[in-house]
Write a protein that binds this ligand. Structure first.
Ligand SMILES: Nc1ncnc2c1ncn2[C@@H]1O[C@H](COP(=O)(O)OP(=O)(O)OP(=O)(O)O)[C@@H](O)[C@H]1O
Ligand SMILES: [Mg+2]
Length: 341
């Protein structure tokens, strides 16, 4: 699979993991903007170095992990305090080590955190730098340990200890759930202990360069620039071209798919939501692609707004106070719908 230019993001993250840990980093961005791809690239490029130890966990593939699954994902049984993840050999990432005879069912949250800390300290003792990366962190939201303790809340305390307090280990959390980032952003425990990094749409300049390199002609490129924003759109456009579909045909199809999706979503939305309010929100995007959050986030629109964000029609960048469609294609779909309404 080809990797398209994410120079700035790669440089930022590669530099970040080599600085002294000082806060938790949350990587966020519109759906499919390439967050996972960029972080995997960082790991790929840096895990060859033997002074950096990546603990990387991707929760995407788990529906909603249970406590036992969480433990199996994060820990590996063996005689070492940290062990190569056998399922990710090519990436060269590690898991926290636990003794062979351990019974996951009997572990308390304190035991779990002690084991994580032991692993991290062992890495440091070996003269290396540990980096913990969790993709789709929000999946741990509904796991509770004995005594009803929320795993995620307690993990945040551990992460603050590891970063801001003791500077032992980098903690990078990725999420595609924008409302989750909003919760985190307003979480008082995390204030002054967290940083945010946006992986956004590709820049026009980058898209132009990639399309040129891929052999698209000037007319095609100029047409595409009004519609493309996500990396996978470019790969798909290239494939479709090989399959005999013109740029215009492909883009028209994409807009139609999104438009149908949005129409069905509105037609099937829960009764407690008001269709007029949905249109009121969508109408704000009539002649602009970005809207300041205060224009939409009002008491009377909040339910409808959250519905549009949860269903990945809109992306809410809480850090910059901006709301926009999840892609430029989505923006065109929205505009077709409001024109007809
Ligand atoms: N820089 C890139 N070059 C080429 N392809 C890319 C690039 N970034 C992302 N892609 C492709 O785009 C698709 C989505 O990427 P990815 O899963 O990394 O996005 P994401 O932001 O993590 O998405 P989600 O919000 O669903 O978690 C994948 O098919 C991936 O291969
Ligand atoms: Mg992802």
């Amino acid at each position: 699979m080809k990797f398209y230019n994410r120079e700035r993001e790669l440089n930022y993250l590669k530099t970040y993991v080599q600085l002294e840990p000082n806060s938790i980093l949350f990587v966020y961005g519109p759906k499919s903007s390439g967050k996972t791809t960029v972080i995997l690239r960082v790991i790929e490029e840096l895990s060859k170095r033997d002074d950096l130890i990546f603990f990387y966990y991707d929760l995407r593939e788990y529906a909603t992990p249970t406590k036992e699954e969480f433990l199996k994902i994060f820990f590996e049984k063996g005689d070492k305090k940290y062990l190569l993840n056998k399922l990710e050999i090519n990436l060269g990432v590690f898991k926290f080590g636990v003794e062979e005879n351990i019974n996951f069912n009997n572990l308390s949250l304190n035991d779990v955190f002690t084991k994580m800390k032991e692993s991290i300290k062992e890495v440091i003792k070996d003269g290396k730098k540990p980096i913990l990366i969790i993709d789709e962190l929000q999946k741990l939201k509904n796991i509770y340990f004995n005594g009803g303790k929320s795993l995620l809340n307690e993990l945040f305390n551990l992460f603050i200890h590891l970063t801001k307090v003791r500077h032992l280990c980098h903690v990078i959390c990725l999420t595609s759930d924008t409302l989750f980032i909003e919760e985190i952003y307003r979480n008082s425990t995390l204030k002054n202990a967290s940083e945010y990094y946006l992986i956004d749409w590709l820049e026009k300049k980058t898209i132009k360069e990639i399309l040129k390199e891929e052999g698209f002609n000037e007319d095609e490129i100029n047409y595409c620039l009004n519609y493309l924003s996500l990396p996978y759109e470019i790969s798909q456009l290239i494939n479709n071209k090989k399959l005999g579909l013109s740029v215009k045909e492909t883009i028209k199809q994409w807009i139609n798919i999104e438009k149908d999706g949005l129409m069905f979503l509105i037609a099937n939305m829960p009764d407690e939501l008001d269709e007029n309010k949905i249109y009121e929100i969508l109408n704000k995007f009539r002649d602009k692609i970005k809207v300041e959050d205060y224009e939409i986030i009002k008491r009377e629109l909040i339910k409808e707004f959250k519905f549009l964000v949860e269903n990945e029609i809109l992306f809410y960048d809480v850090v910059n106070g901006i709301i926009k469609p999840t892609s430029i294609i989505e923006w065109h779909a929205i505009n077709e719908i409001i024109e007809r309404a």
